[in-house]
Design a protein around this ligand. Sequence first.
Ligand SMILES: [Zn+2]
Length: 291
Amino acid sequence: MFRMVKSLMWIGSHVSIAKGFCAAVEASVAMGANTFQFFTRNPRGGNAKALDLADIAKGRAIMAKKGFGPLVAHAPYTYNLCSVKPEVVSFTMTHLEEDFSRLRVMGVDRVVLHPGMHGGQGTETGIRLISEKLNRLLPLAEEAGVKILLEGMAGAGSEVGSRFEELAAIIQGCGTHPCLGVCIDSCHMTGAGYDLRHWSAVQEAIEAVIGWDKVGALHLNDTLHGLGSRKDRHARLGEGYLGYEGIMEMLEDIKDQPLPVILETPNTEAGYAMEIQWVLSNIDHKVQEEG
Ligand SMILES: [Zn+2]
């Protein structure tokens, strides 16, 4: 005898915390989410607002009641650990350090970071510079109980980290530090040339090159551009190159992993709610009935 059960997948969307932490939790609950992602500060990288401890405590209480999974923080786009400009690198270092302590206070244990743009120095140099800087940051992340998740990129411009091998090389350059992992993005992987319609091959490549134990979050997006386009333009689920069928095999595969799945589709809260409902209703699975 089999019966259908709801998967316990952690799924949510990117939300703004401009109105506070608790408001972001409430917005996520309203859209049927049990996790969310937020920018550690303005995505263009300015000063961070002072943390409101009472607001955070209120939000965390709701999260506990609703059975939320781990939240995902995202670093600003202006951060670049391998910039040709030294002031950009030091800006990134000091702001990331501050982000770690803020995340500790918020009880958030992972932050997604774009590896960097080498700006003409070449991928190999970029990888070396990123590892160098991460080696200084990782002890601080560890102290704060935060894991840095290097995001796999589409490969636009001089982006480092579009190939799994590049992410693995950065990780190796940091001695496979326990606080360093990756975030995979279905739009970026497609842009980088990984065909999610043949998921098992991509799944095996991730395992062989990076290791699934290093994957700390999944960004779930469709993509406006096709396989190997090296372009990073997110589309709503089912409205891009991948289509619903292009992500189903991946979702079936990852649904039982303790992995926050974050939508970054161009959407309203109502649109996110529909996407979350679509995902959850399509990954229901069979379990053997007891007795
Ligand atoms: Zn990102």
